[in-house]
Every structure is written in structure tokens, then in C-alpha cells.
Design a protein around this ligand. Structure first.
Ligand SMILES: *Cc1c(COP(=O)(O)O)cnc(C)c1O
Length: 357
């Protein structure tokens, strides 16, 4: 029976990628039958994988080779300190927009390194909307944004109007839509939401912005270390990087991020239309800020929660239970999730209404 993977992360991967990755875990023709799990990261095979993966990131995001692309470890969470450590002096200002759990953590780390202001926050309404229309000072080193709030199901649809360079946590919507690379100084994203397995984090650092802080940065925490060695200063997570490479190739073959955006809009519209139509369910976020990646919704009568989870389980729908900070349900509908899976979920919601409504 086909399963429908709505987990928030680690999350669904394309069938084709899983097949190739499984094959590579058994044996690689290019390496005389050795497994990807047992070869040197310095081998010609993997060196090429790493280089191609970086070029694909540049190409698919339209970054015009104005950035250095890194595959690092330590998760997106390590970028919360990597960024200010590397680009913010103690007497310089940066501002953060607080749109959820992840930005709250980013602010906590940044406070160790410079003069941080929280410019706007949606905490007053349990992060169910994206703040807009706040004033942005011009003397900031950077403005930090989170493009998609995985836990609360909101997404930034438009960048605020400013000439200040933007640092963006794109962990849960990178490669889901086109972006304007010229607005960013640093983009980072954990791979495990919309790209690959857990274990690596993509970082794009604008060329020319480093080397301007006065502090002594530990070697492993210095972007320049990793840029200088093409993400191979120490042993990179070979297998996760390889699987990311396969997904990037899959994405390119499909036509890139504009094609993906259309598919994502179609899937999300299907689901949100049902959430709005169905008398038993309601969405949790401001309609204009609804995420195309993570749709959060509640039952009008939460005593029926277990019954709905059971109905989902029967249809082989996995990972639909909401995060504890919101409750209810969360359907993560990333790039690799087939439309058919959303249709299945919508059918289950309809049957549930027919039976319990
Ligand atoms: C999951 C997530 C993170 C944390 O990622 P880790 O790789 O677990 O550190 C950070 N930001 C966002 C937006 C996320 O969705």
C-alpha cells in the first residue's frame, strides 16, 4: 500500500532519489562496486559530487555565482551562531524578525555577538501571522528573517522593503520557489526538510563579506575555512551530501524552482480549500501568510482528534500530528510530496465530515 509522508522533517524524498540512493549504498559502478558509505571523500567520484551539488545550488537558486556554497554540519541551529560570529562585530547592529521557535533561538545566539534588536514579533498571537510594515533602520549590518515557519505554518510571501542585506533561514522552503539572490548576504537551510536526509546544512555566503570582524574565530566555525577547502576541510557527511545532489538533479530535470512553485501552489490550494470548506476543520494562521510547505489546522471539536488520526492511519497517511506548540494537525507538503498524497488527505477529511459532521 502506498504511504503518504506528511512528516515535517526529516521528510519525504522523491522515489527516484531513494532508489538511486539505495543503489549507491549497495554499490557504485564508478567506484568498482564499492558502496558510497565506504569511500573516501577525497575520491574523484565524491569530489565531483560535491562540486556539482554546489553548482546546482547556485544555478537553481539563481545566485549568479556571487555566493560561495557550503555543505556544513551542525544543523541549521549552528547557523544561528555561525552567522553573527562571522559577520557581526560586537559594536555592530543586526535586527531580527521573530516569527516562531526557530527565530527565537536565532536571536538568543546572536545576542552573544553584537547589538541585536527584535524589530517585530508575532509572539502575541502564538506566531500565527507574519509581522509587516515595521520600520527598518538603515544602519544594520543585516536583517535576519525566517522565510518559512515550519512549526507554526506561516511563510514570508514578500521581502520587506529595505536596502539592508538580508540573512535568511530557508530551512523549510528552500528550492520551493524562485528567490531574488541580490537581496541576501547569507542563506542557510538544514537539508532535512525540503532537500535530503538529516546531516548536512546548505549555506550560501555572499562573496566579499567575510574577514571584517575583529574576533578570533575557531577554525571549524570560520566560514572561510570551509570555503577555502570546498566544504572538505574535515570529512563532510558524504551520504547526505550525495542524496542532496540527487534531489538537486531531480529538481533540475523537472524544470527547476519555478515549475516546483506551480506544483506547490496547486497542492497547497487543494488542501487549504478543503480546510476552509470542511465544516469540521479550521486553519490556524492568517490566510495571507499561509505556508505552501506546512499547513496547520485544527478540528472545531478537538475531542475527535484521535478519531481523525485513526482515519489518517487507515489511509496510510503518516506524520500528520501537529507540533505540540500548535496542537491539531500539520501537513508538511514539501517539493517531493506527490499531489496524489494531498488528494488522499483531502478524501479522508471529506469522509470524516460525512461520518462525524
Ligand atoms: C528545522 C528547522 C531548523 C533547525 O534545523 P536543525 O538542522 O535541526 O538544526 C531551523 N530553522 C527552521 C526554519 C527549521 O525548520
Amino acid at each position: 500500500m502506498k504511504s503518504h509522508n506528511f512528516f515535517a522533517g526529516p521528510a519525504v524524498l522523491p522515489e527516484q532519489v531513494k532508489e538511486k540512493a539505495s543503489q549507491a549504498a549497495k554499490s557504485l559502478d564508478e567506484m568498482g562496486g564499492l558502496s558510497i558509505l565506504e569511500i573516501s571523500h577525497r575520491s574523484a567520484f565524491f569530489t565531483e559530487v560535491m562540486q556539482n551539488a554546489c553548482s546546482l545550488v547556485n544555478e537553481l537558486l539563481g545566485l549568479n555565482y556571487e555566493f560561495d556554497i557550503l555543505f556544513l554540519t551542525g544543523g541549521a541551529s549552528s547557523q544561528f551562531f555561525f552567522v553573527p560570529l562571522n559577520i557581526l562585530n560586537a559594536n555592530e547592529k543586526a535586527a531580527y524578525v521573530n516569527t516562531g521557535t526557530w527565530s527565537t533561538k536565532a536571536i538568543k545566539e546572536a545576542n552573544r555577538y553584537g547589538l541585536i534588536t527584535e524589530l517585530a514579533s508575532s509572539k502575541d498571537q502564538n506566531f500565527n501571522y507574519i509581522p509587516k510594515g515595521y520600520d527598518i533602520p538603515t544602519d544594520l549590518r543585516y536583517l535576519h528573517l525566517t522565510s518559512n515557519n515550519t512549526i507554526f505554518g506561516t511563510q514570508l510571501k514578500e521581502l520587506p522593503d529595505t536596502s539592508v542585506p538580508i540573512v535568511c533561514d530557508m530551512s523549510s522552503d528552500i528550492f520551493s520557489r524562485p528567490i531574488d539572490g541580490s537581496r541576501y548576504d547569507v542563506i542557510y537551510a538544514g537539508a532535512q526538510k525540503n532537500l535530503g536526509p538529516a546531516g548536512t546544512t546548505i549555506v550560501a555566503v555572499r562573496k566579499g563579506i567575510l574577514g571584517k570582524t575583529y574576533r578570533d574565530i575557531p577554525t571549524m566555525l570560520d566560514y572561510n575555512t570551509h570555503i577555502g577547502k570546498g566544504s572538505m576541510f574535515n570529512t563532510p557527511p558524504v551520504y547526505p551530501v550525495y542524496v542532496c545532489y540527487l534531489t538537486l538533479q531531480w529538481l533540475k530535470d523537472l524544470g527547476g524552482v519555478s515549475v516546483m512553485e506551480k506544483r506547490n501552489i496547486e497542492k497547497a490550494t487543494l488542501l487549504y480549500n478543503e480546510i476552509d470548506r470542511n465544516s469540521m476543520f479550521k486553519g490556524t494562521t492568517a490566510v495571507e501568510d499561509r505556508s505552501l510547505m506546512n499547513a496547520c489546522f485544527l478540528l472545531e471539536d478537538d475531542s475527535k482528534e484521535q478519531a481523525f488520526l485513526d482515519a489518517c492511519k487507515e489511509a496510510n497517511i503518516m506524520g500528520i500530528k501537529g507540533h505540540r506548540s500548535v496542537g491539531g494537525f500539520r501537513a508538511s507538503i514539501y517539493n517531493a510530496l506527490a499531489k496524489e498524497s494531498v488528494e488522499t488527505l483531502v478524501d479522508v477529511m471529506k469522509s470524516f465530515e460525512a461520518k462525524h459532521g
